[in-house]
Design a binder for this molecule. Structure first.
Ligand SMILES: NC(=O)c1ccc[n+]([C@@H]2O[C@H](COP(=O)([O-])OP(=O)(O)OC[C@H]3O[C@@H](n4cnc5c(N)ncnc54)[C@H](O)[C@@H]3O)[C@@H](O)[C@H]2O)c1
Length: 244
């Protein structure tokens, strides 16, 4: 018996990186997993390997959210789990950040999860409730240089989590945010040097499986938690070591 037997789970940005590992982890516990992404070849390959469903889906598009949910319900029934995982990053000093780039990052990282929460709620009501996990970042807990749009989007997602948790509690829908530090995925290729991790208590990059185990706990076992943050960052946001 799995912890999630028969529960339908939708994971955005599931074609690679952490999303693909969340898919594998939830499926191993019996969930019926649907991954969505804009990378169709990679998404189809992951779906084929795991024997799950892949659907094309740009998270910034409300119409595509509606059709992904309709299609998922047609194939597998109402959805009980949403992992808002799709995200993008871009490194530019705030004064050099184009408005188009700002809007793109906010649209994918913050508006996307908002649309997901909004459009999936009727589906979750049909199964008596559900769990929504918003993948924020340590960039939703502190600031980082050259990442103003990303940091703003991830702080926004942390706030959206709290507001949505309050609105949806009566529907038995829990909403939580996850705040990974550096994790080995295509997103961190090139910045995963030991130098970037030597000041944190656990002096290494995280592995996607370490975040997926936390997501599984939140979905399956964290029945008394909603609206709150779960950090997995090797201690990066704990504080500063003082040399005295
Ligand atoms: N890797 C890290 O160190 C790290 C740390 C903290 C938080 N995160 C967050 O974790 C999540 C997963 O990131 P990852 O590291 O696996 O990166 P990744 O780049 O490997 O995966 C992100 C996925 O999102 C998809 N995506 C991008 N734009 C999309 C859109 N408009 N619609 C649908 N899908 C879209 C991409 O195609 C990709 O498959 C992101 O939200 C990211 O911000 C990552």
């Amino acid at each position: 018996m799995g912890k999630l037997d028969g529960k339908v789970a939708l994971i955005t940005g599931g074609a690679r990186g952490m999303g693909a590992v969340h898919a594998r982890t939830l499926q191993a516990e019996g969930a019926i997993v649907v991954i969505t992404d804009v990378l169709d070849d990679e998404g189809a390959a992951v779906a084929k390997e795991l024997g799950i469903t892949y659907l094309h889906h740009d998270v910034t598009d409300e119409k595509q959210w509606n059709s992904v949910i309709t299609e998922t319900e047609k194939l597998h029934g109402p959805i009980a789990i949403l992992i808002n995982n799709a995200g993008v990053v871009g490194f530019t000093p705030v004064a050099d950040t184009d408005l188009d780039e700002w809007n793109r990052v906010l649209a994918i990282n913050l508006t996307g999860p908002f649309l997901g929460i909004k459009t999936i709620t009727p589906s979750m009501r049909k199964v008596g409730g559900g769990v929504i996990v918003n993948i924020s970042s340590t960039a939703g807990m502190i600031g980082y240089s050259n990442l103003s749009a990303y940091v703003s989007s991830k702080w926004g997602l942390r706030g959206l989590t709290k507001a949505a948790a309050l609105d949806l509690a009566a529907d038995n829908i829990r909403v939580v945010s996850v705040h990974p530090g550096g994790v080995r995925t295509p997103m961190t290729a090139g910045i995963d040097t030991p130098e970037n991790y030597k000041r944190q208590p656990i002096k290494r990059i995280g592995e996607p499986e370490e975040i997926a185990k936390l997501v599984l706990y939140l979905v399956a076992d964290a029945t008394y938690s909603t609206g709150t943050e779960f950090i997995a960052d090797g201690g990066a946001t704990v504080g500063q070591v003082l040399n005295v």
